[in-house]
Design a protein around this ligand. Structure first.
Ligand code: ADP
Ligand code: MG
Length: 383
């Protein structure tokens, strides 16, 4: 009953849909905003603006200067499983990690009032405003002046779902704070894309305030500074390491069978272990608050949860500083097929293959990183 292809968007085959973790992708404000930011990044935006009114209770809008949406896609945009991004399961397995499931907009329509204004380079400065109903069906369209790019506005978020709405209302400030933390995580990592976040408390006579603005510069430390301030800069130790994968060594040995053949041996990558890069605060300069505050983990440049890695980082750090937790920015470059994703409702939790082996190596490397700083401060809890 669903046409295969409408405009540029194609429908993901139903059996592929089963293989990826479908279901409720949007469970709170952060997941809603995350999906929209991902869409803006996918659209090649170099500038993304996120505006909250009353902690998102009133509305949240995400504006970008990306490609804009092609007119042939207006109808299918918010229908379930329509995506312009891919159609094959192999791709989904890899890229599903990053939210390409053709579900975000359709889910949002069920949860909020969705209005989109968009213009492609061909159309700008003449754009269009599109309104969708809760089934994702285009209800209304009207011309609207705008530059190239897309703005998605969500209002009445969760209002149709009394239990979730009550929860959202009760925890609005905390939810909003989580959302800002997630946007900071994007702002700190995204190169070539500036992210600005604004908040208006909804009271008459008040003006909207800038929460933060990232600069998208090529140096990661510059981007971190733009989000978290310059003071942090001098406290961070650079951290670069490539972990080894034993799997690879085994592959290489079996490879000797090729030496006698005329056919050239297949070439393997030098190391399939994860490459880790980023920054950790020096042991004398952690944060006293909680272990998750100011700890940002990324897989292939996208914010993710790596719970076991986080635990090891905290444990090692606390050997050198028993009173605080480290401030951490760590990006894991992982090859496809070396990790599993749990696209569980509100998190994107990653599990590394051969995790325990890798964690042992990580622990050793981190100790080697901290050890030279040992003499420069009093050490506690060293057993
Ligand atoms: P997915 O991202 O998995 O494709 P979504 O429901 O998030 O699914 O988005 C559906 C489609 O809408 C995308 O494939 C894309 O073509 C289009 N789209 C959504 N947001 C934007 C945007 N900000 N700019 C351009 N196109 C967008
Ligand atoms: Mg998406």
């Amino acid at each position: 009953d669903m046409p295969e292809k409408l405009g540029k968007l194609r429908v993901i085959q139903p059996d592929a849909v089963h293989k990826i973790c479908s279901g409720q992708v949007i469970v709170n404000l952060s997941t809603a905003v995350k999906e929209l930011v991902e869409n803006s990044l996918d659209a090649g935006a170099t500038c993304i603006e996120v505006k909250f009114r009353e902690y998102g209770l009133d509305f949240v809008t995400i504006s970008d200067n990306g490609s804009g949406i092609d007119p042939t896609d207006y109808q299918s945009l918010c229908l379930k499983y329509y995506t312009s991004k891919l159609t094959e399961f192999e791709d989904l397995e890899t890229l599903g990690t990053f939210g390409f499931r053709g579900e975000a907009l359709s889910s949002l329509c069920a949860l909020a009032r969705v209005t989109i204004t968009t213009a492609t380079a061909v159309q700008a400065p003449q754009g269009i405003q599109l309104e969708y109903n809760q089934a994702g069906i285009l209800q209304h369209q009207a011309p609207s002046a705008r530059d190239v790019g897309t703005t998605v506005s969500l209002s009445k978020l969760f209002e149709r779902w009394p239990v979730r709405y009550a929860q959202f209302k009760r925890n609005a400030r905390r939810e909003y704070a989580k959302c800002v933390a997630l946007l900071e995580a994007y702002g700190a990592i995204c190169e070539g894309t500036r992210i600005a976040v604004y908040h208006h408390n909804g009271k008459p006579g008040q003006v909207q305030g800038l929460v933060f603005q990232s600069n998208g510069r090529p140096q990661w430390l510059d981007r971190i500074s733009s989000v978290f301030g310059h003071r942090l800069r001098s406290l961070l130790l650079p951290c670069e390491m490539t972990l080894e994968s034993d799997t690879f060594k085994e592959d290489q040995e079996t490879d000797s069978a090729w030496t006698n053949l005329a056919t050239p041996a297949p070439t393997f990558p030098l190391s399939v272990g994860p490459k880790i890069s980023g920054y950790i605060s020096q042991p004398r300069a952690g944060t006293g608050r909680s272990s998750t505050e100011r700890q940002y983990f990324y897989v292939n440049g996208r914010p993710c949860e790596l719970p076991k890695v986080a635990r090891v980082v905290n444990e090692v750090y606390r050997m050198y500083n028993g009173n605080q937790y480290p401030i951490v920015f760590l990006n894991f470059e992982l090859a496809p097929g070396t990790f599993d994703v749990n696209v569980s409702p509100d998190k994107r939790t990653i599990f590394l293959h051969r995790e325990s082996e890798l964690l042992v190596q990580l622990q050793e490397r981190l100790q080697a990183l901290f050890e030279p700083t040992r003499s420069s401060y009093p050490v506690r809890n060293l057993i």
